[in-house]
Design a protein around this ligand. Sequence first.
Ligand code: PLP
Length: 307
Amino acid sequence: MAKMLVDFAPIVERHERLGDSLGLELLVVRDDLLPFPLPGNKVRKLERELRDSSVGEVLLSNGGIDSNHCRTLALYGARLGLPVHLVLHSSADQGSASFDLLDLLGASYDVVTSAQIGSTLDRVETAYHNRGTAVRRIAGGCHTPAGAMAYRDVGLQVIEQHRPDVIVVASGTGATHGGLAAAAHGSHTEVIGVSVARNADRGIAAVLEAAGWAGAPTARVKFADSFVDGGYGQHGLATTAAVAHGWSFGLPLDPTYTGKAFAAMADDEFRDAYLRNKRVVFWHTGGLMNLITDGVQHTARRGVENG
Ligand SMILES: *Cc1c(COP(=O)(O)O)cnc(C)c1O
């Protein structure tokens, strides 16, 4: 058995000035602070996923070249002393700061087109098996029962301690959102997932699957799909404005995940419908690396001469 990792207590901050700017009571769960330099929700998911990993096992997974799941898996593989192999997809011959990190962490990887992901994973797995090496294949994004259960458990802690009316969280593969929805099941807390890519049909099915893994297959799933702003890894002015709003009040946000979730919070119609005058937990899932690697669309600021 690989050595147990740390169980992180939730870091909950009160953001009074930012909350006032939105007309609500704002608490922020800072999963973006665990642990440097690759913080975010993948830490909680992978920490649970890897608890029963075995020495000698190779960890195999996949994602985009800037996947937080893949970077974090490489970090935890290095900490646990388990080899990591990643199948990364990319549409072009892109460079990425991720490669430097993966190299430093000692992970190996293939870069393929999205059509080649499945066959490459199979080929790599067979090659390890033929050498007598055990392989643990982890679903992309760590969309796994362990990932959902990790978020159910930390969600229960936050709901019990802070009794929020609403939790707002970025929803991607759905394990984080589903785990939190399972935690809120049967309480007065409403969990709203803000989609970073998927439309409601596809998104809700994945979130319900994850809620089921976490023991609540009939959990209420509230899924907002009007803030995807161009799709996964894309963003426009609404997301840029939301990212700038957060940073200007001292809350770091990124354009791929948390900026989209925050765009919902900053939207007048959405706020009137779900959030105004309520106690709201914004569940910060990380993403600083996405800001550093992707940047945001810049609006020039020239001070006084702009009037
Ligand atoms: C992966 C990721 C998400 C989405 O989490 P899911 O559990 O896949 O829905 C949200 N925010 C950040 C920063 C992420 O890296």
